[in-house]
Design a protein around this ligand. Sequence first.
Ligand code: CU
Length: 108
Amino acid sequence: MKNLLIAILLGSTLTLPALAAQPAASANASAEAAVSWSQGEVRKVDLAGQKITLRHGPIQSVGMPPMTMVFGVREAALLQGISVGDKVRFQVEQQGSQFIVTELQAAE
Ligand SMILES: [Cu+2]
């Protein structure tokens, strides 16, 4: 009887974290770049066109491998203080065939 209780307790402590981790992981995968940051290096800043060229690492939220490409930027203010050569971290949202940077910060 005592052993059974211990087994149930052990079972619940082992399964609870696993259950708790799963919804969070699948939510990340399906959300539009909600919480996943990607790393990049600035190649070009186009303030007037509200665009930025980044050499970026993998972008999990949209399933993109590392490459250099142009992104639209959600708002021009995100480009303030960003210069060519800066290391940045950023979030991306896919809008149709476009990839839009929704958050952009200098990285260290
Ligand atoms: Cu890309």
